[in-house]
Design a protein around this ligand. Structure first.
Ligand code: ADP
Ligand code: MG
Length: 300
């Protein structure tokens, strides 16, 4: 049977060999010796040092956070020597810190049933080749000036063709305001109704109140929902009433003109009620100025 000392020595020999093997890579060798840690300590950590080295190399060839290859995206497995041991920690990279800081404003936007992508919509990317957008952008500027002065300007009822960029436009305004720390909520209305309905037993009231009180609100694609008495009289009606009474700017996008919307809101599976539909539309008219965006379909 081998003595303990022999065992220790043979383990050490194996470790030394793998360390020497690893050091045949010049870059690895430079990396580990630049750590100012004694060789006898380095030898014991060859495998972890190789992991750290791989991440160091990934960082050296970094093309941005989106393509980060490290085991924890945006972090680097980093060795720190201490006498006879090496500690490894995951250090946040400067790119991650910068991106986190740059994107902090996005927390001011809440989305319901809309893709996160919409948080990237920005004024600077709005298509400039389309004159249909000019009056809307002009109104955005007025809106921002007034909002900053503490007034509560009206939102927009933006009617337009499918894919013309309605949602993108309103989102770009909300994003701009989010950078000034103004909170907003965007709901894809047809799907939001389904989610809201399924939350009767859970957080229905929370969701409802959140939407009601959010400083800026977008009802995206109103008129595309499956309209019921409940959605018209118990969801839309009270939300609009509250927002009117509290001067909370409210935006809408729709494939329907406001007259077509009125027609659509008057018919539910329970029958026709023109008066209730009229009441909703009156509230929308009080809350908004109307604009059109008829343009080519930008969807790919
Ligand atoms: P709508 O709401 O009118 O149906 P969207 O706002 O969804 O249209 O726009 C359609 C597509 O075109 C989306 O994929 C959106 O990201 C893109 N898009 C619209 N306007 C712009 C823009 N100014 N810059 C970049 N992409 C845009
Ligand atoms: Mg849309």
């Amino acid at each position: 049977m081998k003595k303990i000392n022999d065992l220790y020595n043979s383990d050490l020999t194996t470790l030394t060999h793998s360390f020497q093997d690893a050091c045949s890579n010049k870059e690895f060798k430079e990396f580990v010796y630049s750590l100012n840690i004694k060789e006898e300590t380095l030898i014991k950590y060859t495998s972890s040092l190789q992991d750290a080295f791989n991440e160091y190399r990934n960082c050296k060839n970094c093309k941005g956070l989106a393509t980060c290859k490290n085991s924890e995206k945006g972090y680097r497995y980093t060795p720190i020597g201490e006498n006879k041991i090496i500690n490894f920690s995951y250090d946040a990279c400067t790119k991650l810190n910068k991106e986190l800081n740059d994107n902090k404003y996005k927390n001011n936007l809440s989305l319901f049933e809309l893709n996160e992508e919409i948080k990237n919509a920005s004024f600077k990317d709005i298509y400039k080749d389309d004159k249909a957008r000019v009056p809307i952008i002009k109104y955005f500027k007025e809106f921002m000036d007034n909002y900053n002065k503490g007034n509560n300007p009206k939102g927009i009822y933006l009617y337009g063709s499918f894919g013309s960029g309605k949602t993108y436009l309103i989102a770009s305004l909300f994003n701009e305001l989010a950078k000034r720390n103004i909170k907003s909520t965007l709901i894809y209305y047809p799907d939001f109704l389904v989610t809201l309905k399924s939350s009767f037993q859970t957080d229905y009231a929370e969701k409802f109140n959140y939407i009601k009180k959010t400083p800026l609100l977008l009802f995206d694609d109103i008129g595309a929902e499956n309209c019921s008495n409940w959605s018209r009289d118990e969801v839309l009606g009270p939300i609009l009433q509250y927002r009117m009474e509290n001067n909370l700017p409210t935006f809408f996008t729709s494939n329907l003109t406001i007259d077509e919307l009125e027609k659509s809101l008057s018919t539910t599976s329970s029958g026709v009620d023109k008066i209730k539909a009229r009441r909703i539309v009156e509230r929308i008219k009080q809350l908004t100025v109307q604009h059109d965006l008829i343009s080519k379909n930008r969807r790919s």
